[in-house]
Design a protein around this ligand. Structure first.
Ligand code: DGJ
Length: 741
């Protein structure tokens, strides 16, 4: 049993071999937080961890003047009844009061983990994999209960949490805030890591020191978690690095508006809160109705950031992603977007597909522009039937022809969006989110369908179902290219508008669920103007995600490095594109473009017919290389070794579970001259085994490679006299293959 309830002291101790998490029912019946961190021994009573002292100005709960909610560490705090920090939830009552007092009522401990209705969440395959604690807390005055759920995985330093509200009251209650997670850590000596950025520079790793007050990140973009801030934060100690030290990760399994914040009070307590952004959120609860929050997944590591990331990778790859593709290596694809944009016809598509087959690729993906009058981005979104002028045999015929060439066929869709110049808009203008009597902003000439409404989702589903059912489709790229503005659900009352943004995301999840249930053989890749929805919510439906519209290899080093902080390598959509690169106009060697793209799902995003014969031969070799190593890359243990944000060269490593094979990616964006000799320490090898190291052509013991390091010195360490030979010059990279003898 990894959750113990001490009846007498009314304490819950959740633990496994690595972590402990301790909760106590406080004297006033509310839930106090006692500890979260490295595993500690169990004891019958942890009450000495409840720290109370008389502090002037504080509202005191009991007569004795010491017990004040303002200073207690709590599990799911409220505002207004003593605590003056930001709360985890708030309920507006009919009389205007927001004061609540939820007290322990009962609890339930069981093996396994429940799913969340309508929402993505991590899961177990066997009940023994995890234990769950549900604590029911109740407010007598408003006859409302909250179930706080905690699941601890047996073999991973992971705890997941969510909250469910249920009203038994006849009064009108409105949830104006319902966060998924809150924890009060006893000090504030942390730096907060966030993954920040914008379109084409997603998930830059940024670190800032906590201080009194609030440090937060958020999305208020409605349709996406965003490329600006990923729904993840970590708190690390000042000396924690990739390999050593304490770090807590907090990841929200959600794809819409979110808030992740740390409030440090002036007594240095750090309150971490994550959930749906309370801004623009209000949810009326009638008698018998429930509200379910999304899940937060928290990871504790005292072996640095890599251990935290590896834990997320394992959990998200095997117990968040689902379906037939979860454990399979991913097909090597060619996508026609950067090859043709909207300018293609069947002949052009087939010529790329034919070449792809010749070079050993496995999947052809037809991107935007195949439907309605979609020859530019002003028209056609919403009309999910083929453009017969461009593709005379439709998607049915084209997919068949591509299949006959020996390739699978994939298709792009953007189901949540509509152009005004479309048949769908002409038939159903009321399907669009728009505030009455206000200007309606467009984004890339498109508008957003009201996915909060069942009938809109159903209408789109029917159109997509027809195309997919009639064709031979084995992959779908689901795109989403704009943030919400002037959002309003027409025909719905004022109360509904506070629910709109969350209901929209639930609608997106509903359509995904319908499609993956009807077409379980299809591999889904999510996408949002590149990586604006690279979040755990999406991974539940689509096991891979297009990481960024920036396909330049050097920019991708940063994007993929940052993405790997939370997300598994098998989820990172990464392609080799043409030079000069379409986003930054950089010319990188085709080797480097592939050496970066291997560390993801791998594919090409260019016109293969435009490659020289020599380049085509290289592509053949690259495809062979990926086929040989993709299982290791996509399912092995990934280590970040040298950061593109901090160092002149980037390095990362994957190691197979049996420690027999490892690959090291080494990337040197700019050529240096007469610089230091270089070694990088490797990880995860068998210290006593001999390994053959390619490129260096040496045999080394694992302990040498891990303690002394892999020698990566090259021409940069001296005077450069040779001519450019592919190993010198800018944008150089190499992959070391390390094999146990
Ligand atoms: C944005 C995506 O990120 C691209 O890969 C491409 O699919 C375009 N949309 C198509 O409009």
């Amino acid at each position: 049993m990894s959750i113990i309830f001490n009846e007498k002291s009314k304490e819950f101790h959740l633990f496994n071999n690595e972590i402990s998490y301790i909760i106590k029912v406080l004297e006033n019946g509310q839930l106090g937080h006692l500890y979260y961190g490295k595993k500690i021994n169990h004891r019958e009573d942890f009450s000495h961890l409840v720290e109370i002292k008389r502090r002037p100005m504080a509202p005191c709960y009991f007569e004795n003047s010491e017990f004040s909610m303002e200073h207690l560490k709590q599990e799911y705090p409220s505002y207004g009844a003593g605590d003056m920090r930001y709360p985890a939830y708030e309920i507006l009552q009919e009389n205007g009061s927001r004061i609540t007092e939820f007290k322990y009522k009962s609890h339930n401990i069981f093996k396994g983990k429940k799913s969340l209705k309508g929402l993505p969440a991590t899961y177990v395959e066997k009940d023994e994999e995890a234990t769950t604690l549900e604590i029911l807390i109740y407010d007598e005055v408003i006859k409302t209960e909250i179930t706080l759920s905690y699941t601890i995985y047996e073999k991973l330093p992971v705890i997941t949490r969510n909250a469910k509200f249920k009203s038994y009251s006849d009064e009108k209650l409105v949830l104006t805030n319902a966060m998924s997670f809150s924890v009060d850590l006893p000090d504030c000596k942390y730096e907060m890591i966030e993954l920040t950025g914008a379109w084409s520079r997603e998930r830059t790793v940024k670190t800032r020191k906590l201080d009194h007050g609030i440090t937060s990140i958020y999305s208020m973009r409605g349709s996406c978690s965003s490329s600006n801030y990923n729904p993840f934060i970590a708190l690390k100690r000042f000396n924690t690095d990739e390999f050593f030290g304490e770090v807590y990760g907090f990841s929200l399994v959600y794809s819409g508006n979110f808030l992740a914040q740390v409030e440090v009070d002036t007594y240095d307590v750090s309150r971490v809160t994550l959930g749906i952004n309370p801004h623009n959120f209000s949810w009326g609860l009638k008698n018998g109705e429930e509200f379910q929050t999304p899940e937060v997944v928290t990871v504790y590591s005292n072996e640095g950031l890599n251990k935290m990331s590896q834990t997320y990778h394992t959990l998200y790859r095997t117990r968040l992603a689902r379906g037939q593709w979860r454990d399979k290596v991913r097909p090597i694809l060619v996508n026609n977007w950067e090859a043709t944009y909207f300018d293609f016809n069947e002949e052009k598509i087939l010529s790329i597909a034919k070449k792809a087959k010749e070079l050993g690729l496995e999947l052809f993906v037809l991107d935007d522009g195949w439907f309605g009058e979609r020859n530019q981005d002003t028209k056609g979104l919403g009309d999910w039937y083929p453009n017969i002028k461009k593709l005379p045999s439709g998607i049915t015929g084209l997919s068949k022809k591509v299949n006959e060439l020996g390739l699978s066929f994939g298709l792009w869709i953007e189901p949540e969006m509509i152009n005004k110049d479309s048949d769908l808009y002409r038939q159903h203008p009321e399907y669009v989110l728009a505030t009455p009597n206000r200007n309606l902003s467009h984004g890339r000439n498109q508008y957003i369908l009201d996915f909060s409404r069942e009938e809109v989702v159903e209408h789109i589903y029917k159109m997509l179902d027809k195309v997919i059912s009639e064709a031979q489709i084995s992959y779908i790229k689901w795109d989403m290219n704009r943030c919400m503005s002037e959002a309003f659900s027409s025909g719905m009352d004022s109360e509904y508008q506070g629910k709109l943004m969350h209901k929209y995301i639930l609608g997106v999840y509903r359509l995904y669920e319908k499609l993956i249930s009807k077409f379980p053989h299809i591999l889904f890749e999510s996408c949002a103007s590149g990586g604006a929805r690279f979040d755990p919510g999406m991974l539940y439906y689509a096991p891979q995600c297009w990481a960024s519209d920036d396909s330049d290899a050097i920019e991708r080093l940063k994007i993929q490095y940052g993405t790997s902080i939370v997300y598994p390598i098998s989820s990172i959509g990464s392609h080799v594109s043409a030079i000069p690169n379409h986003q930054v106009f950089r010319n990188t060697p085709i080797e480097t473009r592939a050496n970066v793209a291997y560390f993801g799902t791998f594919g090409y995003e260019l016109d293969l017919n435009n490659l020289t014969n020599e380049e085509q031969e290289k592509v053949k070799e690259q495809v062979e290389f990926m086929k040989e190593h993709r299982e290791l890359i996509q399912q092995g243990k990934f280590y970040r070794i040298s950061s593109p944000f901090e160092e002149k060269f980037t390095a990362w490593q994957v190691v197979s579970e049996d420690k027999k094979t490892s690959l090291v990616g080494f990337y040197r964006p700019l050529q240096e001259v007469n610089t230091s000799f270089k070694r990088i320490k490797l990880f995860g090898l068998d210290p006593n085994a001999e390994y053959y190291v390619s490129i260096n052509d040496t045999v080394n013991y694992g302990d040498e490679l891990m303690n002394l390091g892999l020698i990566v010195s090259d021409i940069s360490s001296g005077e450069i006299r040779e001519k450019y030979d592919g190993t010198n010059g800018d944008y150089h990279s190499r992959i070391y293959i390390i094999k146990k003898k």
